[in-house]
Design a protein around this ligand. Structure first.
Ligand SMILES: O=C(O)[C@H](O)COP(=O)(O)O
Length: 235
């Protein structure tokens, strides 16, 4: 019997705003046609490896939830216990949400946009007031007061809410040899990878997570990550 325990991470398939090249963050945008196909393909890759999961986790955002549904359908594990949590949401992109990434780069420069998107502690400009990109009144976020509700998040702030979830909820399950599927977002997965692999601030700048590509992490008996790889790289 294998002594490693595996966690499958999956960034949602392409969303409609990924397709339109717009900052999305906590805006609840659905999958594009291509994203649905990517999700089904991810399900097929996972199914080929014969994964039988004990638990699945995803965010409160439908691009991730629907990706999970496609995967569970493909692997015929629709019965799996699923927990949805804001801890796995995409990083909040503040006032950039809804804006076109190329237009923002024309206005502020490529370097500034790269910093907002990929650096450790740079914070996108915060949302001001209540506009259509503000989801603070949404029923799924009632546990936040308006003051607590994020108006923007750096990767550092994203790490602050992803890692307690990892340590309290996921880690004990890995210790018990449970196999877990986590369908989340580019930056909530980057936050986890920074933590798991001890990446420094230069390394995290260059880390991008592709849409719809299952990423396998293997953990040893003391729950240290020993290896990770994308499923499309398996021959
Ligand atoms: O929220 C978004 O815009 C994307 O899902 C992730 O965006 P990024 O690649 O700019 O971090």
């Amino acid at each position: 019997m294998s002594s490693v325990t595996r966690v499958v991470f999956l960034r949602h398939g392409q969303s409609k705003w990924n397709y339109e090249n717009r900052f999305t963050g906590w805006c609840d945008v659905d999958l594009s046609k291509k994203g649905c196909e990517e999700a089904k393909q991810a399900g097929m890759l996972i199914q080929k490896q014969g994964f039988i999961f004990d638990y699945a986790y995803t965010s409160l955002l439908k691009r991730a939830i629907h990706t999970l549904w496609y995967v569970l359908d493909k692997i015929d594990q629709a019965w799996l216990p699923v927990e949805k949590t804001w801890h796995l949401n995409e990083r909040h992109y503040g006032a950039l949400q809804g804006l076109n990434k190329t237009e923002v780069a024309k206005k502020y420069g490529d370097q500034q946009v790269k910093e907002w998107r990929r650096s450790f502690d740079s914070m996108p400009p915060p949302l001001h007031g209540i506009n259509q990109q503000f989801s603070g009144y949404d029923i799924r976020y009632t546990k936040f007061t308006l003051e607590q509700f994020p108006k923007s998040e750096s990767l550092a702030l994203t790490i602050n809410r992803v890692i307690p979830f990892w340590n309290n909820i996921i880690l004990p399950k890995i210790k018990n040899k449970k196999t877990i599927l986590i369908v989340a977002h580019g930056n909530s997965i980057r936050a986890l990878m920074k933590y798991l692999d001890g990446l420094n601030n230069e390394e995290i700048l260059e880390l991008n997570i592709p849409t719809g590509m299952p990423l396998i992490y293997e953990f040893n008996e003391v729950v240290k990550p020993v290896r990770h790889y994308y499923l499309n790289n398996i021959v």
